[in-house]
Design a protein around this ligand. Structure first.
Ligand SMILES: C[S@@+](CC[C@H](N)C(=O)[O-])C[C@H]1O[C@@H](n2cnc3c(N)ncnc32)[C@H](O)[C@@H]1O
Length: 216
């Protein structure tokens, strides 16, 4: 048996905190509705591990939100949305534009539809497929992704989805610099330049690493 099985789900102390409410402002109720649904059903539906419930805001909701300042204008497609991270969080924070959530697994697609409906996040278009299979039907100015693949692969899969001067905005861990280095031939071939940013959200929550790849 693992710790995951033995540890009961906990309530994330950040949920409902003044800092979180202030950070999300008017969009807090939509973000909260999604976070509550993920906390209530995510483990049973195989979307998150049991230990994630007690750290949902720091590790997942705020981590996803950290991408928001790097998006810029244009159409956004989130590749490999899974439980809705980061795409559903970003859509909940930004109701005035549409987000395309691309995900190949039927079970996760069903989840994303239910979240959109039950949480009133009606600015998402959920598309079933792998990124490299939907290039005929999706065009975006910005592609986001978290925990889907290494940068080299993501660029190969996602650049056909992007408009000519489009950007990839990726949540990455400490491996960001190594991944960029390993992707250098692909980046050069596809005319991307990369920047690494340290992106914070609220005080006391670890900053995360955001990689922005811009095509010239
Ligand atoms: C580890 S999960 C991460 C999910 C979510 N982005 C997150 O951070 O929690 C990876 C997700 O990418 C999806 N995926 C894998 N390969 C993909 C591809 N080629 N195109 C789109 N999605 C893909 C998987 O189905 C899965 O939902």
């Amino acid at each position: 048996m693992t710790d995951d099985v033995l540890e009961p789900p906990q309530i994330d102390p950040l949920s409902g905190s003044a800092a979180v409410r202030e950070y999300f402002g008017d969009t807090y109720p939509r973000v909260l509705a999604f976070a509550d649904m993920l906390a209530a059903e995510g483990v049973e539906r195989g979307l998150i591990g049991p230990r994630e419930v007690g750290r949902l805001w720091e590790r997942h909701i705020l981590n996803s939100a950290a991408l928001a300042p790097y998006l810029g204008d244009g159409r956004v497609a989130d590749v490999g949305s899974g439980a809705g991270l980061p795409g559903m969080v970003l859509a909940a924070m930004d109701p005035s534009r549409d987000y395309v959530l691309i995900e190949p697994m039927e079970r996760r697609i069903q989840w994303l539809f239910e979240v959109a409906e039950r949480c009133g996040i009606d600015n998402v278009l959920v598309v079933r497929g792998r990124a490299e299979e939907v290039t005929e039907s999706v065009e975006a100015d910005i592609v986001t992704a978290r925990a889907v693949a290494a940068i080299d692969k993501l660029v190969k899969w996602c650049s056909p989805l992007l408009s000519p001067h489009g950007r990839l905005v990726l949540l990455k861990g400490r491996s960001a610099a190594d991944e960029l280095d390993r992707a250098k031939y692909t980046l050069r071939k596809q005319r991307f330049t990369g920047e690494i940013h340290t992106a914070g959200t609220i005080a006391g929550v670890d900053a995360t690493t955001v990689v922005v790849l811009t095509r010239s």
